[in-house]
Unconditional design. Structure first.
Length: 113
């Protein structure tokens, strides 16, 4: 059996997190190293390694991450925010279990670094 990812361990309560939302399909928690006043991660319980390994069967699940991000943003009182999913190390991915970053609470610049 493959070892659990860091985010599976968080989802299973084996590693503590500042959880803000959970359901049968995903969890959302505050990033341990925030880069904005609000920085949450929305993570499916299913350990898909990276965005380019999302399959057709995952489309509903991945869409659900956006719905949850909207709910969490609303709970935080955010109307404007950025959603980011990094694909691969060069793009900034460091945890190989897909996750949507929800960033808000300050003006964002474009393009990202
Ligand atoms: P990425 O670099 O896109 O893969 O994002 C991974 C994110 O996970 C980073 O922003 C980290 O700060 C965050 N992170 C790593 N470990 C933890 C943890 N134990 N609890 C919460 N966030 C974490």
């Amino acid at each position: 059996m493959n070892e659990k990812t860091l985010f599976q361990k968080i989802a299973d309560g084996e590693i503590p997190s500042d959880l803000v939302y959970e359901d049968d399909h995903c969890i959302a928690f505050r990033d341990i190293n925030p880069v904005a006043p609000t920085h949450m991660l929305v993570v499916p319980r299913k350990p898909i390694t990276r965005p380019d390994l999302i399959e057709e069967d995952d489309e509903t699940l991945v869409g659900h991450l956006f719905t949850v991000a909207r709910q969490v943003a609303s709970q935080e009182g955010l109307s404007d925010y950025r959603l980011v999913m990094n694909n691969g190390a060069e793009a900034g991915q460091s945890v190989f279990h897909i996750h949507l970053h929800l960033l808000g609470g300050r003006p964002m610049t474009w393009p990202p670094g």
